[in-house]
Write a new protein. Structure first.
Lengths: 329, 293
């Protein structure tokens, strides 16, 4: 199970794992048959892990979503692409490393893949700007999506960002404009778009590659309108209330499925995707291929109309008199 | 996010860009300009579109006053007045969202933070949305998103130009992800309006930030702004924390955005209607013959 980076709530498992390790050691050093005890303890550990991960609070899910060993965009691409070439640059003077993209093949099908990219350690994270994209990143994404549009390549996006980069240069270069244009133009594209939140979906920075015909979320990933930390400082006037804010904001995959924001929740192995990345890759690949089959069978006008209607229906309002256009609840 | 700054600054009592302290004295006949300190006769101020005649400071105005400045007299026909917010998450921080809503509704007489309708500008039809900052900081939840989307769709259907007057701290956190998705919804409707080759102009007023900046505020064919309005994506405080260095004085002002290529023109409020009418005319708008809708 490789190197562990333990989260606070995983600590109860440590004791069990220690025992298992000790018994293994014992078995190696003597003739005693310990397979029975070993099996028992391993079963117990697996069950405990499952219990812990089934009962995660939203704040704990954020920790899982931010786990340094959680498979990233490039990890997934390596796992299920038979062919992959990263493509660089927004053609306006920058190549963002926090938002990457390229062309690849899943089975016989060429696709365009785009996603936020975090690093595994501090050094990598600095190079990747912690997955916080600049305006150049969003413009590169749109350039690549336009390319996909022209050559009829379905678009797969992978969301994993704390948010769009907040900096002087980002403001100067029009962070708001870059994201806004993506939101509008993604409605125009005449190819299927499937988006998956694989880790953190941080607000507008996530939505900037998140307009899609299908939106999926991994079970322990989160998608937020504002970071719980920021929300807590504003509404509770106390940043320490972040875990309360995380619960109130309804950021988990099942919550967002209930709210009609997300189409499908992808199950994760007990212990989270970082525990069994290859398994996660299989789950994601299966879902992507299933949706590609479904969406590629639709006439393009129907697809675009359905995409419009999908987002059109989001939100909850109360209408007291007769509606003029007969919409929404 | 930028809403953070807004609240933080308000607590300290020194708003970036210094707006709206005037409201404290708004009951009297005389008021003092928060920018230059000049004492003005309130009636004169209002007659001058709430712009200080001494220093040009733009005092904040509400949606009703804004509409009066843009629409021909009695021409504004509001739509979707009956849309009210719900509390989809059952959200409660130090106070319940439902209570905050009731309070804002009582204070403003509005059901939520935007007024939409069709009006005439020098007898040319215009679809008009005006965000009202008094209503929970102009924050965008489901009702704001739905009303603007319906207006955009109506403008597309009736083939008329569209103006959205922005004033917002961004997405409304109390409605969670449903608020974020309003950015998508409105942008989708704007794509169709654009596809129909119709003119869309946002007018960015103080302040226009966060999710509104990252969606319809920046999607205009022509982007107009009021002098000195605060316009930005991320909040100044957040940026200062990441940078640990001083930001330029005019950072995130309308003038700064124009310098960097994101605002077409800064329009003093006293010229607003004339400028709009002229732009509309040059983009093919024609007078409606003898119809008062
Ligand atoms: Zn003055």
């Amino acid at each position: 199970m490789a190197r562990r980076h333990l989260l606070e709530f995983e600590k109860p498992l440590v004791e069990l794992e220690k025992q298992i390790e000790q018994i293994r050691q014992l078995a190696r050093d003597s003739e005693v048959d310990v397979s029975q005890q070993l099996l028992q303890l391993e079963t117990l550990a697996a069950r405990r892990r499952e219990e812990i991960f089934q009962a995660l609070t939203p704040a704990q899910k954020i920790q899982v979503a931010r786990h340094p060993h959680r498979p990233s965009t490039l990890d997934f691409i390596q796992m299920f692409c038979d062919d992959w070439l990263e493509l660089h640059g927004d053609r306006r003077g920058s190549d963002d490393k926090a938002l990457i993209g390229g062309i690849g093949r899943i089975g016989e099908r060429p696709v365009l893949l785009i996603g936020h990219q975090k690093g595994r350690d501090t050094k990598e994270n600095v190079a990747r700007n912690f997955g916080m994209a600049t305006p150049g990143g969003y413009r590169k994404a749109l350039r690549l999506m336009d390319h996909a549009d022209r050559f009829k390549l379905p678009i797969l996006t992978f969301i994993d960002t704390p948010g769009a980069y907040a900096g002087l240069l980002a403001e100067e270069q029009g962070q708001g404009e870059a994201i806004a244009v993506n939101l509008r133009e993604m409605f125009r594209l005449r190819v299927p778009i499937i988006a998956t939140v694989i880790g953190e979906g941080g607000s507008g920075g996530a939505l900037g590659i998140g307009i899609a015909d299908r939106l999926m979320m991994f079970e322990h990933s989160v998608y937020t309108v504002a970071s719980p930390e920021a929300c807590a400082s504003i509404l509770w006037r106390d940043a320490a209330k972040a875990s309360e804010a995380a619960s109130a904001l309804k950021i988990t995959a099942p919550d967002l499925k209930n709210l009609g924001v997300v189409d499908e929740v992808l199950p994760e192995p007990a212990g989270g995707n970082n525990w069994a990345p290859l398994e996660a890759g299989e789950v994601l690949k299966e879902a992507l291929e299933r949706y590609l089959d479904e969406l590629l069978a639709l006439p393009i006008d129907k697809l675009r109309e359905a995409r419009y209607k999908k987002f059109r229906a989001m939100g909850m309002v109360l209408e007291t008199s007769q509606p003029e256009s007969g919409m929404i609840t | 996010m930028s809403l953070f700054d807004w609240f933080a600054d308000r607590r300290k009592g020194q708003f970036v860009g210094k707006v709206t302290q005037e409201t404290e004295e708004s009951d009297g006949l005389w008021g003092k300009c928060p920018e230059c300190g000049q004492v003005v006769y309130r009636k004169d101020l209002i007659a001058n579109a709430s712009v200080c005649s001494n220093c040009g400071f733009h005092n904040r105005i509400n949606s009703e006053e804004r509409i009066a400045l843009i629409a021909d007299k009695n021409s504004f026909n509001s739509i979707d007045r009956d849309l009210s917010p719900t509390d989809p998450l059952g959200f409660k921080d130090r106070r319940a969202y439902a209570d905050r809503l009731r309070e804002s509704q009582a204070n403003t007489g509005l059901k939520d933070g935007v007024v939409t309708g069709i009006c005439q500008v020098e007898e040319m039809p215009l679809a008009l949305a005006v965000m009202d900052f008094r209503f929970m900081g102009g924050s965008m939840g489901s009702v704001v998103g739905e009303k603007i989307t319906r207006l955009v769709e109506r403008a597309t259907k009736e083939k008329i130009p569209l103006l959205i007057v922005c004033a917002s701290g961004g997405a409304r956190m109390q409605e969670g992800m449903l608020s974020l998705m309003q950015m998508a919804k409105i942008s989708g409707a704007l794509e169709r309006h654009k596809e129909a080759e119709l003119l869309y102009m946002p007018l960015l007023t103080h302040p226009t930030t966060g999710g509104v900046t990252a969606s319809f505020a920046m999607l205009g064919d022509l982007i107009l702004a009021e002098p000195k309005a605060l316009i930005g994506f991320a909040g100044r405080r957040v940026i200062e924390q990441t940078l640990r260095e001083k930001l330029p004085d005019n950072f995130q002002t309308a003038e700064y955005l124009q310098q960097h290529g994101f605002v077409d023109t800064i329009v003093p409020r006293t010229n607003l209607k004339k400028t709009l009418a002229s732009l509309m005319r040059m983009h093919g708008s024609r007078q409606i013959k003898n119809s008062k809708r």
